[in-house]
Each structure stands twice: as C-alpha cells, then as structure tokens.
Design a binder for this molecule. Structure first.
Ligand code: FAD
Length: 533
C-alpha cells in the first residue's frame, strides 16, 4: 500500500491496471484504466446472477457486471465501449424480470441498475433519495431513478398523498425496465401506458452522452427511448406525472360464460375514458380455461373455496368450459366512502355478467396495487415462482378478438389446463402516442385493442417444450387467420420478425439506432440489431 501511495498519480492508473486480474474473455485490457474499473465485477457469483432472467429459458453470461454509483459511471463505460476498436455489448438490467434474455449481455457488461439505488441508500437518511416528489407549481410529478422499483416510487409519492396514474400489475420491477417496454395495466385505458405519463428523461445514449430530453427538448431521443427496448439509451431518471391518491379500493370480479357479453361489457367500461366520475378506475380481465376451476386450486387470494365451487359449477354448465372475469376497481377515500357502493351499483347495472356472480373486496389502495406481491409469496412458498416462464403477450385488434377466442382459447388450448394466469383486457388506442417506439395493437380501423397475456409457468418436466409448442401454435393460428396480432414484451429471432413487428416504424427505429447507438452496443439481448464485434 505504501509503495502504491508514493507512486506519482499519473502512474498509479497503470500500476493499478497491472495489479488487477486480466479481464475475462474479449473485453479490452485498457478497461482497467477507467474510473469505473473498481465498480466492475468479474467473479462468477456476480456474472452468474446476471446470466438469466425471470423467464428462465435463455441463459448467457456477461464478461463482467458494472455496479454503478452514479449515471456518470454508466456513461463512462458506454463511452469507452463506443470508442473502442472492438465495441462490446452493454445491457442495463433492472430486476431481470423479462422472459427471453432481454437483459443479458453475452460477451459484454451487464449494468446492475439496482446498484444505483443501493449506493445512494447506504448512509443516507432518505430511503428514497432517487425518488423526489414535486408538489410545487402546477405540475405534480416525481423524479425517479431508472433503477427504482415501482413499489418504492409508490411509497415515496404516497407520503405526499400522490401516486402515478398507471401501474403494472406487479411492482417489483424497475422504472427503466417497464418504460423500455410500455408499462400497461388496468388504468391504461384512461391514462395510456406508463410511457404516456412521462414528462422528462435523463438518458445515457449508446455514444455515452448524458442527455436530458422531453417532448420539447431532444424529442426524437425522448420518443425513441419510451418503449425503445433499451436500444437507444439507458434511462437513469424519469419524471412521471402524478395524481392525488385515494386511500381505499373497491375491487370486484364479475364472471361471464359468454365471450360476447364479456368483451362488450369490457369495451363499455373503457369507453368512460374521459370521465373519472363514471365507471371503474381500473379495468382488466382474466380467462379461466377448461377444468382450471374444477381441478385447479380450491381457493385463491381473491376467491374463497365457496366462490370457486360456484364458479366451477358455472364452468361445468358452459359448453366451452371457459369462464371469463372482468376485474374492476373504484378508488375512494373518507369523503366518498358513503357513495362508493352507489357508484358501484350504477356501474354494475349497465353490465350483463352472470346473475349473482359478483365478487367484491374492500382493500387499501396499496394492497390493491401491490396485490401480485402476495401471490408471489404464495407461489414462492409452493416452490413455483422460480420456474421457467415461457410467457407470450399479444395485442389483439378488437375486430378479431372473437376469432382469437375461438381459435386460441377454444382451439389451440382445448383440453389444456394452464398453470399460471391468462389476462385479457382492452385498451383505447388514442391513449398511446404513436410517435414513441412502442408498438400498440389495432390499426386505423380499430380504436380498441386487447392485451392478452398467456402467463403460464412450466412446473413439470417437459412443460417448457410443450408450452413453447403451444405458443408457436397460437402465433401460427394468428398468422393463418390474418389476425394481425402484435407482441408485447416482444421477442423475435430474426430481423425479419422485428421488421414486421415495427411495420412502418422500422426505418425510423433503424435511423434512430444509427444516431444514438451507432455501434449497436445497448441491450443486445433484445436481438433487434446484430451484436457488435
Ligand atoms: P429487465 O428485465 O431488467 O430489463 C428489460 C429490458 O429493458 C432489457 O432489455 C434491459 O436491457 C432494458 N432496461 C432495463 N433497465 C433499463 C433502463 N434503465 N434503461 C433502458 N433500458 C433498460 N409489464 C407490464 O407492462 N404490465 C404488467 O402488468 C406486468 N406484469 C408483470 C408481472 C410479473 C410477475 C413480471 C415478471 C413481469 C411483468 N411485466 C409487466 C413485464 C415487465 O414490465 C417487463 O418484463 C420489464 O422489463 C421488467 O422490468 P425489469 O426491471 O425486470 O427489466
């Protein structure tokens, strides 16, 4: 140490480089001369943790993991790669909750975004120091680090009686991870996806520049990054609009055995998009296939054993055995508590669910938004959380949703008892900003499209292969029937697939990639552009 201290500072970098183990694989040796060198991890524990994801289907190790303390650390690494004769891939990783290796960086460096939160938290009084709420002025917003979990954003904003407007169903995923996709949930019919509620971003581009962008400043970068699958830059801060948060939630599920009534009612509910006074604040839906209700779990966190018994009876009576649920919620607080029941009755009166099949719960706002966390705990204790998840998410145009139901739920899935959840709910296309990279569903003739999530788990030997075959069959069916589905959280193995996915947007996507990540460094796990090197 003494010898090190008396070395002139201009030499210390060189000596430090010589003292370090040589980096594994193909990373350039002069990486060790960087300021961030001490934040790079090459050990197997670190690289193994960044080698797989929630999907558990794809695995690939990076050469190293960066644990940044500041956005400038990320910029330094990216700039180094971009200016190197052989650029290496860099992938920001939030929670690694994608399903097809999107957060992996084989042969490159994974940036552990969560380190930004950990670094600041240590020794800080403020638990949420990269979540700052502004209540002054006319705009209410939160500045959240890209690495922050939505659950932490919720807790921080609630301290001010405020909350973001749109939520994913699960809150243990990061702001940067969901904004790279779109961030959809039951509030999106009214407020659009999460990306439509962002006011400003700090981004580290694929050139290593740190840029603050918005609709008014560097708008091409802003619009590219939102839904940009990590291709144009790393989101290190997002300014997100807020609304006053109410304290409680009336949470209901309504059962249907007729898909026509189910979809008609869902579409009626989302047509109240402009009026918060009428209708539900949240609209989603689920599909219980075949013998799920008769042979599946005897109770769930929402349904009691008696409820399941009644629903199983409904499934048995229906010709297809399929039962659909509309899931709705109304937020309220002390001042509106007296009228919430009346408001619910007024909504239910317009709907055509099976008589008597209304299931209601009263929970706090946080319990409602964080509901999947409880399911996670149950699944973890049953050992079925950390299993492969060959998920397939599709946007289906409203005009073809009944064909999809017939061909998929009553065709491809006939006889299948799914483990996991099938989601199905509509959204209004006019709540999406088509200038953003994110691809919505529907086309010019369809102002509504459905999000269908086939969120199935592989719990037994051979399940992954079977579920993948069924996913392929679903996609084949949609192709053959000309349904024009778009994948959400998309995954393609060829650039042709991506071209079809983006359609008219593809040339713009390629142009913006060349502008902001000319060496194709960022998020190679998306497989949109060929790997550098
Ligand atoms: P990661 O998996 O770590 O990364 C995803 C992609 O984004 C990668 O390509 C990565 O390189 C890139 N990325 C990560 N951080 C950044 C950043 N800061 N800047 C730029 N790029 C970045 N999605 C919904 O929309 N609605 C839902 O209701 C919903 N529910 C879910 C429930 C569960 C249980 C799970 C596992 C996922 C759910 N998702 C949902 C999907 C989820 O939004 C995406 O998988 C999201 O990418 C996960 O965030 P993450 O932090 O784990 O991202």
């Amino acid at each position: 140490l003494i010898a090190f201290l008396i070395i002139p500072s201009y030499l210390s970098v060189i000596v430090a480089a010589q003292l370090q183990p040589s980096p594994a694989g193909g990373l350039p040796g002069d990486l060790f001369a960087l300021n961030v060198a001490s934040k790079l991890r090459f050990d197997c524990n670190s690289t193994a943790r960044a080698s797989s994801d929630f999907g558990g289907i794809v695995a690939a190790a990076p050469e190293a993991v960066l644990r940044p303390a500041t956005p400038a650390d990320i910029a330094e690494l990216v700039r180094f790669s971009a200016s190197s004769p052989s650029p290496f891939p860099v992938a920001p990783r939030g929670q690694g909750h994608s399903a097809r290796g999107q957060s992996l960086a084989p042969g490159g460096v994974v940036v552990d975004m969560r380190a930004l939160a950990a670094g600041r938290r240590a020794g800080s009084q403020n638990h949420h120091c990269r979540v700052n709420v502004s209540t002054g002025g006319t705009a209410l917003y939160v500045d959240a680090g890209g690495e922050q979990l939505w659950g932490d954003v919720l807790r921080a904003t609630l301290e001010h009686g405020l909350a973001p407007r749109v939520w994913t169903d699960y809150l243990r995923i990061t702001v940067g991870g969901t904004l790279s996709n779109a961030g959809i949930g039951g509030q999106a019919f009214r407020h659009g996806p999460q990306i439509a509620n962002v006011l400003e971003l700090d981004v580290v581009t694929g050139r290593g520049d740190i840029v603050t962008c918005s609709r008014d400043k560097d708008s091409d970068l802003f619009l590219a990054v939102l839904g940009g699958l990590g291709q144009f830059g790393v989101i290190t801060r997002a300014r997100i609009g807020l609304e006053p948060a109410l304290k409680r939630t009336r949470w209901v599920r309504l059962a249907y055995s007729d898909v026509v009534k189910f979809t008609r009612d869902q579409e009626l509910l989302i047509s109240t998009r402009s009026s918060e006074a009428a209708g539900f604040d949240y609209v989603e839906g689920q599909v219980a296939l075949n013998r799920t209700l008769t042979e599946g779990p005897k109770s769930t966190l929402f349904f009691s054993g008696a409820d399941i018994g009644r629903l199983a009876g409904l499934a048995a009576e229906s010709a297809s055995g399929v039962v659909y649920f509309i899931e709705g919620a109304i937020y309220y607080d002390e001042s509106t508590a007296a009228s919430v029941e009346q408001k619910l009755e007024a909504v239910l009166e317009q709907l055509t669910f099976e008589e008597g099949f209304v299931f209601a719960k009263d929970v706090s706002y946080v319990q409602f938004l964080d509901r999947v966390r409880q399911e996670e705990r149950v699944l973890r204790s049953a050992g079925v959380w950390d299993v492969p998840h060959p998920w397939l998410n599709l946007f289906v145009p409203r005009s073809r949703v009944l064909d999809f139901d017939a061909g998929v739920f009553k065709g491809v899935f006939a006889g299948v008892i799914p483990v996991g959840v099938i989601l199905m709910y509509p959204m209004n296309r006019d709540r999406w900003d088509n200038r953003m990279t994110a691809v919505s569903g529907g086309d010019d003739d369809d102002d509504v499209f459905y999000a269908v999530g086939l969120l199935r788990s592989a719990v037994a030997a051979g399940d992954v292969e079977r579920l993948e075959r069924e996913n392929e069959a679903v996609l084949d069916f949609c192709d053959r029937a000309g349904i024009g589905c778009k994948q959400y959280l998309p995954h393609y193995t060829s650039q042709d697939g991506w071209r079809r996915h983006f359609g008219a947007k593809w040339s713009r996507v390629a142009e913006l990639k060349a502008k902001y990540d000319p060496h194709g460094i960022l998020s190679p796990g998306q497989r949109l552009f060929s790997l550098p090197g």
